[in-house]
Write a protein that binds this ligand. Sequence first.
Ligand code: PMT
Length: 410
Amino acid sequence: MSYLEKKSVAIGVGGGIAVYKVCELARQLMKRGANVRVVMTRNAQEFVAPLTFQALTGNPVLTDLFDPQQDATFGHLVTGKLADLFIVAPATANLIARIRAGMADDVVTTSLLAATCPILIAPAMNTAMWENPITQGNLQALLADARYRVVGPAAGALAEKTEGMGRLSEPPDIVEAAEACLAPQDLKGWKVLVTAGPTREHLDPVRYLSNPSSGRMGFAIARAAAQRGAQVTLVSGPSELRAPAGVHLVKITSAQEMADATLSRLPGSQLFVAAAAVADQRPEKRAGQKVKKQEGPETQVLVRTPDILASAAAAVAGDGPHRPLLVGFAAETERVVEQAREKLRRKQVDLIAANDVTRIDAGFAVDTNRLTLVDCTGRTQELPCQSKSDAADALLVRAGQLRRELGLIG
Ligand code: PMT
């Protein structure tokens, strides 16, 4: 499920080279079920014709305050009034200044002034303009109003062949921020710590012990928690995935590094979710150079890695009701629920999400999962096969309930 499903999203398009990316943004919002209406400044139309947005969204595009035909189909007041979310992209320095000043001198500023919904600003401009205290002051003044949020800008190559801060955020990042604007903010005030991905235990610089975890399940949990208002730290082993918007990503390689990064960040958290597939063993010795083949049988001595989840449980055991809720995962190939229950008891955690990794639609490196939630109150809840983002939301809902049932506070 997407929070954009069946929502009316207005995009106020400013005049900057990044307008071409907003075409893709409109497409991605629609893919998630939003009805998209576009309002363009005169300068924006110098970069992309309104017809492009009309063809992409299937809705007329508002470009002129004084065109009777446009006003009859959907005027500037209607656009703002109907919208569940208003995105300004690219928000140029000029457009941000005009919004801050409360101006209503074209279709975009007039529609925005009449809007009562959340407004997401996606700035894009030259680095010096972005860093100019006037622009920063204008943006901060808007953000002082809780209805306004900002996404980006990103750093990278800019139109005038320079590198720096000021690129429009990529469409998937703007979509993620849009989802967050519409999500329930039930985790506001929470600090959430999540582990994800595999760990790699090196034998030498080019060989390691690992597993097929892609990080998708843990990243989905981090993203869902951030969208619902939590302050999220994600400690991840090697993964191809982008950091979810608003999530602090800490990249590690080995189980020991994951343990160090996680346990030092645990105090003050309300929720710890261990979704990582941590290697249980590592080679006793790591060679400094690539090991050469030898004649005859070869032996590797393996030693245990730290159990991060069990160590977390031991670390917070004395904190009473101020401790975080502890959630683990169990990747099992047989007696899934029974083994999850045994893990719950052995690791002294509150909730285990068990996945049967023999199924092709669950577990490692697929987009879906089938979780069975086993908790310390004795309850077992079987969830359907669903996307990892929906599974993440369901897990967070149960975590919230369980915190209340266990009387955890803070
Ligand atoms: O990353 P994806 O491709 O999306 O795949 C998702 C997943 C299958 C990796 C995920 O859903 C999952 O099941 N993660 C846990 C896998 C696992 O290794 O389970 P386990 O039974 O070995 O460990 C049990 C729990 O203890 C887990 O929460 C694990 O993070 C934790 N653990 C394990 C070993 C260790 N040394 N330290 C730990 O904290």
